[in-house]
Design a protein around this ligand. Structure first.
Ligand code: Z2T
Length: 838
């Protein structure tokens, strides 16, 4: 489709009701949208109608900024970051857009004058759960920071019809329910069918000689899928920049004249149509593990090919020669999920745009950059060659050729080292053959980064050691960060206002300015306010828990929270061992003096991850017993909050006293929940893993509860030969805990229920819970002591917040801009562009 130049646009006056920010104007616009978009008036409107009317009112105000931004980027052909990610865990849009537009209070007043409650309307939004956890949420924080820093950027991903499943808890077990986030419509997106693209799948290749006598390859696919972009504006905080999140939906092409249809197999053709639409049907719900499924590889090539074709379209439209693709775009690969981009960009340049190999390779390497997010071996993506060939025959040929050139390079640098060639090859040939996606990403990119200092170091020394020796200059660290807009200003207005009343609000864009809070740490009035705000927020969560779980919780107890995906390496079950330790102490001595605690858990387990689901069942079983045992006398409470999501996370972080970051050292790449908790004034109990190391360095060891083996100690212990049974037999409290579970105390006498978990701990304990148990318990006992000195705790809490400046995603993005992307900001002026000349 062609864009038709519309000269009338020049005379178009934007209606004030679509842009105005005054309370009066917002009210008028809101009622107008209720009538003309929702087709309702107040008497018959539902809460959802009101939410939609407000969402459209806000969207109108975004559109002005969005169009201005697009026009300026296009006119200047600005260098642009393409952030390719299989996941974007955006969270609800409405509240965030109000904060970033700076109209939260006006809108609150406007709707309240119409007899409505803003918080109520915000609750209505069905969040787009298009991600699993940290990786997807990081992508969302980075979009916020890029827009806030006025960096031209496009987020590219998949518009899954079903995002991460909703979690219900039945009889203590996790039950998955499909997430129908689109069922009420999505006011935040605009479909752009005029920019549809086609993606080939399957079939075979043929060699031919072109009119210049050159050797060429033609790919005859079995199937073609259409990708339709859906755009969502991403507004920066108090800037006019509105960047774009472009998500692709898979559709069948209108006329499908491929194999099955021609042979008269009509039902087969309809089947193929359904297969096409399946591509963007559902998000794979695995955090940190790869299943090797054909549909997943199809999703990857689908969104990567759509996105690269879209970038090439933009390059042409802006009159940039294709040879300068890498000057117009830098493409950041969010883990290996989009790593097929290496082969696909080569294919597009060579097969579809007649470029020679060497030039295509140079452009590819200069454009692409790869972020690794995990050290877990089971998360490293590999595709069986047979599967790969049947879906992507041309890409396999290209990968073989890249591999040939690459291994020649390795041979030249390390002559006679055949073992190294075997280890580094893009193809794993040790048994069944596989394509190694991390290797492909390393070879095809000019930058390889980890997400925390320790993680990057371990990549260099261990997981990607050979690649570090081959290309040391490619490696760099980019410690993760989180956006203070969503995770403070929006989610914690009370603390935000207290802080701003003391040091102004510059910290919202320059988080390092929180440092100024240190001046108030000895001010008793300030400390008192700090403490009463935390207490008020805890009271709110108490009410929520009462309503949700029917559990009454003591708001003066320590709110000890572990909220994250369930995985054995994250060790939610180590936390469980601590709970049972305290429970045993009470049972042995009911009058023991124990600091009251509320243990709060939230998080989902991958549906196929049996052990993680059993840990959820264990926690719920412990909750049933501990919460109802009269001996406990309400000193301990255990709460499992179901269906943890971004919306819910925003409620949880501000209420925490203690943040549990207790992964086995060397396994958590970074963690970002750790940052969100600390930013909201929680103290951390944690291992020296991921970004915990850097958080402790920033806030000071005296304000951080550290325990457990370090990464090198973990390796050493495993190398020596680790025997969990030795710990079980020599540690009295540990033995009592395990025996308590084994006795069926938490399972109505059923001694079999938790046996798989106990067996795994007693005989393997891959994540060293027993080795860290005593250190963890000692550290927790210390936490309980320190909490009794409320002034000291408050002081530590303030110092944590004051020193969290480093962990803004703005800092991360500035580092990416400088070290990897070589890109500058492009400020957007409002007004000049609506009268745009096309
Ligand atoms: C994920 O959320 C993370 C890593 C993955 O590796 C996959 C997923 Cl879905 C393939 C997490 C890390 O576990 C966490 O440590 C890190 O903070 C986060 O990515 C963002 O970098």
């Amino acid at each position: 489709m062609q864009t038709v130049p519309n000269h009338q646009v020049e005379n178009l006056q934007i209606e004030d009701d679509r842009t105005g920010l005054s309370v009066e104007c917002l009210k008028r616009a809101f009622l107008d949208n209720l009538f003309y978009v929702q087709g309702k008036f107040p008497k018959i409107a539902t809460k959802n109608d009101y939410y939609m009317a407000l969402a459209y009112t806000v969207r109108d105000r975004l559109l002005q900024r969005w169009i201005n931004t697009a026009v300026i980027y296009t006119e200047r052909a600005s260098r642009t970051v393409s952030y390719l990610s299989a996941e974007f865990l955006m969270g609800p849009h409405l509240g965030n857009n109000l904060v970033n537009l700076g109209i939260y209070d006006q809108v609150k007043q406007a709707v309240s004058e119409l007899g409505l409650d803003l918080e109520d309307l915000l609750e209505q939004e069905e969040e787009p759960g298009l991600g699993n956890g940290g990786l997807g949420r990081l992508a969302a924080c980075y979009l916020d920071s890029m827009a806030t820093l006025e960096i031209p950027s496009l987020g590219y991903g998949i518009r899954y019809e079903f995002g991460i499943f909703d979690q219900d808890i039945r009889d203590g077990w996790q039950v998955e329910i499909t997430d129908k986030w689109l069922h009420c419509g999505n006011p935040w997106e605009i479909a752009r069918p005029e920019w549809e693209v086609y993606v080939k799948l399957g079939g075979h290749t043929e060699a031919y000689t072109d009119e210049h006598g050159r050797y060429r390859v033609r790919w005859i696919p079995y199937q073609v899928v259409k990708g339709v972009p859906h755009d969502t504006p991403i507004l920066g905080y108090k800037t006019n920049t509105a960047n774009t999140l472009r998500l692709w939906t898979a559709e069948a092409p209108e006329s499908f004249d491929f194999g099955a249809f021609n042979s008269g197999d009509y039902l087969g053709a309809v089947q193929a149509k359904m297969v096409s639409e399946n591509l963007s049907k559902v998000l794979y719900p695995n955090d940190d593990s790869s299943q090797g499924k054909r549909l997943r590889l199809a999703q990857q090539i689908f969104f990567v090919s759509c996105s690269l074709q879209d970038m090439i379209r933009i390059v042409f439209r802006q009159n940039v020669p294709l040879e300068k693709f890498h000057e117009k775009f830098v493409v950041q690969l969010n883990d290996t999920h989009p790593a097929i981009a290496v082969a696909e960009l080569m294919r597009l340049l060579i097969d579809e745009h007649d470029m020679g190999w060497d030039q295509a390779w140079s452009i590819t390497q200069k454009s692409l950059a790869y972020t690794n997010h995990t050290l877990l071996p089971e998360a490293l993506e590999r595709w069986p060659i047979s599967l790969f060939r049947s879906l992507l025959p041309r890409h396999l040929e290209i990968i073989y050729e890249i591999n040939y050139h690459f291994l020649e390079e390795v041979k030249a640098k390390f002559p006679g080292d055949s073992d190294r060639l075997r280890r580094m090859s893009l193809i794993d040939e040790s048994g069944e053959k596989y394509v190694r996606m991390a290797h492909l990403a390393c070879v095809g990119s000019h930058s390889i980064n980890g997400v925390a200092a320790l993680h990057t170091k371990l990549l260099q020394q261990d997981v990607l050691r050979d690649f570090y020796q081959m290309y040391p200059e490619k490696f760099n660290n980019k410690t993760n960060g989180v956006t203070p807009r969503r995770f403070m200003v929006l989610s914690n207005p009370r603390l935000t206002n207290l802080i701003s009343s003391k040091i102004g609000d510059s910290w919202i864009k320059h988080l390092k300015d929180l440092k100024k809070l240190e001046a108030f740490v000895d001010d008793p009035e300030f400390c008192h306010q700090w403490r009463s705000i935390k207490s008020a927020i805890k009271h709110d969560l108490v009410a929520y828990i009462q309503k949700q779980n029917g559990i009454s919780v003591n708001p003066d107890s320590i709110f000890d929270i572990q909220a994250k995906r369930f995985h054995e390496y994250k060790r939610q079950h180590l936390n469980a061992l601590h709970i049972i330790t305290l429970y045993n102490r009470i049972k042995a001595n009911p009058d023991i003096d124990i600091t009251p605690r509320t243990f709060i858990f939230g998080g989902k387990a991958a549906p196929g991850y049996y052990m993680a689901k059993l840990i959820i069942k264990l926690l719920n079983s412990i909750a049933d017993v501990v919460n109802n045992d009269p001996d406990v006398r309400d000193r301990l409470k255990v709460v499992f909050l179901k269906d943890y999501s971004v919306k819910f996370a925003q409620r949880v972080y501000p209420a925490a006293d203690l943040s549990e970051q207790i992964s086995m050292a060397g396994k958590e790449a970074s963690g970002t929940g750790n940052m969100k908790f600390a930013l909201n004034g929680a103290l951390t109990i944690g291992t020296l893993d991921g970004a915990n190391v850097e958080i402790r360095d920033e806030v000071g060891a005296e304000n951080f509860f550290i325990f457990g083996l370090t990464a090198p100690e973990v390796y050493a212990l495993k190398a020596r030969g680790y025997r969990p049974l030795d710990y079980y037999h020599s540690n009295r409290e540990l033995k009592a805990v395990i025996d308590r579970i084994a006795s069926g105390h938490f399972s109505h006498g059923d001694t079999q229920l938790f046996k798989p978990l106990l067996d795994s701990l007693l005989h393997r304990d891959e994540y060293l819970l027993f080795a860290d148990y005593q250190a963890y318990i000692d550290c927790q006992d210390n936490v309980s002591q320190v909490y009794r000195d409320r002034d000291r705790w408050t002081r530590m809490s303030i110092l944590n917040v004051a020193r969290m400046g480093k962990f803004s995603s703005d800092r991360s993005i500035r580092d990416y801009c400088q070290d990897i992307w070589n890109i500058q900001s492009v400020p957007i002026e409002l007004g000049e562009c609506i009268q745009a000349k096309e």
